[in-house]
Design a protein around this ligand. Structure first.
Ligand SMILES: Nc1nc2c(c(=O)[nH]1)N[C@H]1C(S)=C(S)[C@@H](COP(=O)(O)O)O[C@H]1N2
Ligand SMILES: [Mo]
Length: 515
């Protein structure tokens, strides 16, 4: 390699003979050191049951990113948003580590300081982790010791004045050693015991409901239309948890606190010993755009929240229940929605099985008629009876409305493709007006008249209803629009509004080309 004269006399650190390529040893040293440090910290986090520094950094990125960025991420990546965020964070961390290595080969102290700066960011992230403990400093210590130690080991070899193949060999030996140790750590991580929730959930058999849900109505026979009850593994997932909280039912308690005569602490066994009811409820996310898929209908098994509140004895003046999850997320639900006789549940089961870990195992809330962010707390830990005037929940602080009743809406699902063969086709979809019920769905094809669609039998007023309309499609391009009307006679508004602050409005429409 040629060096330009203006670089001046080659200092020891400048020598590239160790690797044969200028800078490459430094980059490699940084990346290998970061990988070793990250794996070590993940291992310690797993063994100590604490949050890993990497996940903590990701969690803070989620908390700190402005609401429009979050909305964009949900809209763009849907439920892959977490994988995308963690992948992106990993690339950024490795790039910065590569930079630290490259700098350290030339100016040792400056390079190591970049490494220390990264560790300091991780420390901040860990300190601000809600519900974190002092034990969370252990994985961070592993990250610092292994990461910076490996960086020093590799950089000193890469920067050694030793000329020729000796220096090169020394660096490669050390790099190989660090890479091998990292690989072993990765393998170990793969064979460590699985989370308690996964293990316990597999063996758990929930009691049968004392009051089972009625049989679901027959699905409308439209080949491409999705099922009335959405299977748990394709049910939408929205939450702020990058790593699903691992809650062992044996350690779980629900605290009922605040404006109550008798504060309660219930165990999971206490809950299962009560009469369980089974109810079908359609859950919806306030971030669901018109026509979006952040909505799903499931069969839930659980204990009516009203019964628990009655036992605790709600005091006069309360108008809200603040619920908190095991990972510190908070939610504010109107007291009335929990006590007015609707099927608000502390759910332990979803679609005939214990709640999946991602959907809140072991216990979550399900409240018909309210968006999830004000009602559907997963990994539930505490119910505090209080007043809206006395607290602000996680999303309320971030610009979303304090109250979030679900807006009447509908969706066109079928045909799924925009190219449609001429002839008889079915237009079909779902419509919802939780806790009011759907009365009517109308469809307009092009600038034709509004036509009433056929509705599936009503399951409950808390569940969506499938609709369909036969269309004798002739070649051309058509905009198809739908609108739902609820049991009170109110038709969803045509006014187009975005999801902030309390849910999107407007009529869903799709353009079809008939050929
Ligand atoms: N602990 C916790 N519970 C939560 C959330 C969360 O971020 N953390 N998100 C809520 C939101 S915004 C919605 S829409 C529903 C989604 O429930 P699901 O993931 O089971 O579909 O969960 C709610 N419960
Ligand atoms: Mo949501």
């Amino acid at each position: 390699m040629q060096r330009v004269a203006t670089q001046g006399p080659a200092r020891p650190g400048r020598r590239d003979r160790a690797t044969g390529a200028p800078g490459a040893a430094g980059w490699l040293a940084g990346i290998l050191a970061a990988a070793a440090g990250l794996i070590a910290s993940e291992l310690v986090a797993r063994l100590s049951g604490t949050v890993s520094p990497f996940v903590a950094v990701g969690n803070r990125a989620v908390d700190l990113s402005p609401t429009p960025v979050k909305e964009w991420a949900i809209a763009t990546f849907d439920t892959a948003d977490k994988a995308v965020l963690l992948g992106g964070a990993l690339i950024v961390v490795l790039a910065l580590a590569a930079l630290a290595g490259a700098v350290a080969v030339r100016r040792f102290t400056a390079g190591m300081l970049i490494g220390v700066g990264l560790a300091a960011l991780a420390l901040l992230a860990v300190v601000f982790e809600p519900g974190g403990s002092a034990a969370a400093l252990l994985p961070l210590a592993a990250l610092v010791i292994v990461g910076l130690g490996a960086l020093r080991l590799l950089v000193t070899a890469a920067a050694e004045p030793a000329s020729g193949p000796d220096g090169r060999r020394r660096f490669l030996v050390r790099a190989g050693g660090v890479a091998a140790a990292t690989a072993v750590g990765g393998l170990l991580l793969g064979v460590l015991p699985e989370p308690a929730a996964t293990r316990v959930r597999r063996a758990l058999r929930l009691p049968a409901p004392t009051r089972p849900a009625a049989a679901p109505p027959p699905a409308l026979p439209v080949p491409e239309l999705g099922p009335h009850i959405v299977p748990s593994d394709s049910f939408y997932r929205i939450d702020t948890a990058l790593v699903v909280p691992d809650v062992d039912p044996a350690d779980w308690t629900l605290r009922v606190t605040g404006l109550v005569d008798r504060p309660l602490t219930l165990s999971f066994a206490d809950l299962l010993a009560r009469p369980l009811v089974e109810r079908r409820v359609t859950l919806a996310c306030v971030s669901n755009p018109v026509g979006g898929d952040l909505i799903g209908n499931a069969t839930w098994l659980g204990v009516p929240i009203a019964e628990i509140l009655a036992e605790a004895g709600v005091q006069a003046g309360a108008d809200a229940v603040k619920s908190t999850s095991a990972d510190g997320w908070t939610c504010g639900t109107p007291l009335a929605a929990l006590t007015d006789g609707r099927d608000a549940l502390l759910a332990v089961g979803m679609n005939g099985e214990p709640l999946p870990a991602e959907h809140g195992f072991p216990v979550r809330m399900v409240v018909p008629g309210l968006y999830g962010y004000v009602s559907a707390t997963k990994w539930l830990a505490e119910l505090e009876v209080t007043r809206f005037a006395d607290f602000a929940a996680y999303w309320t602080v971030r610009g979303w409305s304090e109250q979030g009743p679900v807006k009447t809406s509908c969706r066109i699902d079928v045909p799924r493709e925009s190219q449609v063969p001429a002839g008889r086709v079915w237009l079909a979809g779902v419509a919802w007006a939780q806790h009011t019920g759907i009365d009517r769905v109308e469809v307009q094809i092009g600038d034709g008249p509004w036509q009433a669609a056929e509705l599936a039998d009503e399951d409950t007023i808390d569940t969506w209803r499938q609709w369909r309309l036969a269309w004798d499609a002739v070649p051309g391009e058509y905009r198809v629009t739908a609108r739902a009307t609820d049991r009170t006679g109110a038709t969803q508004t045509s006014e187009v509004r975005g999801v902030l602050p309390d849910g999107a409005t407007g009529w869903p429409s799709r353009t079809y080309r008939v050929a």
